[in-house]
Write a protein that binds this ligand. Sequence first.
Ligand code: HCA
Ligand code: CU
Length: 460
Amino acid sequence: MLEILDTTLREGEQTPYVNFSVEEKIEIAKMLDCIGVDMIEAGDPSVSPNVAKAIEKIASLGLHAEVVAHSIASRPSIDRAKVCGANRVAIFYATSKIHLDSKLHRTQEQAIEIIREHISYAKSLGLKVRYTPEDATRTDFEFLVQICNAAIESGADRISFADTLGIMQPHTMFERVSALRESLLSCQIDLHCHDDYGLALANAMAGIRAGANCIHTTVNGLGERTGIPDLAEAILSFHNLEGIQKYNIQLLMELSSYLEKISGFFLSPNKPITGQNAFSHKSGVHTNGVLKDPRTYEPFDPAMLGRERKIVIDKYTGKSAVAARLKEYDIEVSNAELEVIVSRIKNIGDERKQLFDADILEIAEQVTGREIDVIPRDISAMLMVEVESHVYTSSVVRRMRGFTNVSNVYEITGDFDISAFINVENVSALNNLIEEIRTVQGVKRTETRMVLKKYNGSNK
Ligand code: HCA
Ligand code: CU
């Protein structure tokens, strides 16, 4: 049965500019445990006193998951893993020629000796041991087998086949893992796949097919450079495509949002599974299909994740989507009115990036000549930003204009330096966006004013 080791707390914290507090790490570990991941890699205690403290606290929580400490091959580091109370130490030592020659300055024979010595030492402390040949996928295969078998003989019961540079493809991964399975002494095989070419999860799934036992993930795919497989993508792929149903899917969105919030590292809208657009439909053909039967354009029901589908209304939209949106507000229109409303939307949609419910309701009001007295569900807000005195206001404006949901950015006089208009789907999206804007360098303070009613210019 597949196992998942989540390494948000170790690999994830290696994401540029991401750091977690001890309390945040404890919260993440608890949520991961509720989701049911099999192992939590909680950090390398030699990195800093706070990393060590977090591992210690997590190890003392009595979680269901095994708590793993990462470590270089050094006795003091392994001692620290032991002191922290981790169940297992994961010792990594690179094996590729380029790492041995240029980084470690060791021969292959020396590397084998170092591994034997440190694994035996960790075992003597009563720790379970995983050995990671770092850069395994660029390592001479015969030597890789030799050093891994030396590690297993010394007491490692797990080998992490690390694609440190993300250079595998599904078929090469399948071949390599099959060959490893044939050549290695008895052990569990982990797959640590980096995502440099966007193939990490596909490679991990191919490796599991070939007989590996465990894949490494992080929440939101965090990690060095472009990270490693995202926990939610991995769980949903194995659940829906491979029929492996052992994890608690309902908590994945909450954990992902929590990570966005505390890391300041926000998901791109088109990210699979947890991205904002994952269940949004736009073209007339798609929306018409989805409204008749969601299975036409949805690989699975968003309710699995506690999410809802969204029908985007703009110039691509057809009559059925507009009628359905109006119906959500209990507004009935005749077929002739509907046709005029859709044609107006198509004209406006050419000029405007995004149409909100307030705009659609306004058009309906104008076309039908009847007053529509409902409050749109999506939200508009005015955001005021004060900029640090040593920062150019224009540099903050430039960053703010990069956010999709921010429009009409003005430099202004008075207590604040910038005002901008925000349009989002709901309060939590508003919260996320404001948090994101607060992380922009040079932003000192923000104030948000929610719009209650909007009056557009006379023309449209
Ligand atoms: C690194 C180490 C590692 C280790 C993976 C593992 C890698 O280069 O930072 O222990 O399974 O990618 O090789 O993250
Ligand atoms: Cu890594």
